[in-house]
Design a protein around this ligand. Sequence first.
Ligand SMILES: [Mg+2]
Length: 398
Amino acid sequence: MRNIKRTELKTLKDFYALMGATRQVRFNAVQAILDGGDVSGDVILSLKNALASLEDVPELDGKRVLSLGGERIIELDMDYEINETQKDLFYLEEGEETFLEFLSDLHEDFDEHVRAGHDLLSGVDLNCLISDRDGTINNYCARYLTSVQSIYNAVFFSRFAMNKAQRAVILTSAPLDGLIGISVNPEGKIYYAASKGRECLDLEGRIRRLPIPSEKQTAIEMLNARLQTLLSRSEYEKYTLIGSGLQFKFGQSTVARQDIGNSIPDEESSAFLETIEALVAEVDPDKKNFRIEDTGLDVEIILTVETSDDGLKDFDKGDGVEYLNAEMEFEMFRGPHLICGDTGSDVPMLETALEMSTESLAIYVTKKEELAVRVRGLSPSAVIVPEPDMLVTILGTI
Ligand SMILES: [Mg+2]
């Protein structure tokens, strides 16, 4: 393992490199903890140096400022990276019990929510655990590629996944490319499904993909070329640097138009959405190939799939669950399963699981009443918690 030294972060690239280095340190620490061993003092020193380097980045109006090279600068929200490193240090230095008390002080009604989760899962041996990543088991980060999973998070999640479930799947809409570089769970224990389940890294390290018809593949390649050209223009380049940036996924492309720190003025962001919509209308005038989903932060352009009655729909995470079940032989007709998510796009996972086995349980992470009602409508026993930390604690401490 390469130890991390305290360094002055000047550019965005320096910041990405530092977060990449913490991935390796954290991965080793998680493995050591799950093996029942000790975490070396080097890990703690490395994380302390990483934290100091992050905290040293100059602040301007609550944002951290880095150079993009040359004269250009970028303002960033680094809360996730700083907070999760602090939490990891607390976890390693004070031990798990004291860390849980810390989480309980950090989040209101923490113990009650954890208890409700334990009641739901007590005595249950799962066939499948299928969970979304960001906002569900991982705290939200302003950028996907620096959202390196924290040590405590991976220990809690993996401990449950390895002991209480036959199969554990992380199912995200983000691309597979990059997902391993921000995950620190042990290798070969968890399925990493990406692009809404259209592609998946299996336990043997093979990537399996749902075939896309060649005319659709050609259509998305054309679209991606147009997006690339658009975003290389100087007035639009900033959209590649905020939030999800520009991501070419398997069967889907995503362009950020805003980040959680609201870096882009609203009017400008809306105008950019219209530009994207016009571009998609131009390459797909008959609306045969694409559907656009706007989350307010990201514009997702999704390849359509044929439905059983000859219609067209966009591929959702329920389609992803169906594909994975068939491809990986999950035998999901056999429950119980646990499905976890934090947004409306995670609801089809629960619907599909329930169609295969009525013994499908749900824990969703949301503060939105509308989503809670939707989830409880499908699964009356569903537990709703407001924070990812609560869900991973439920899993890690049962
Ligand atoms: Mg999510």
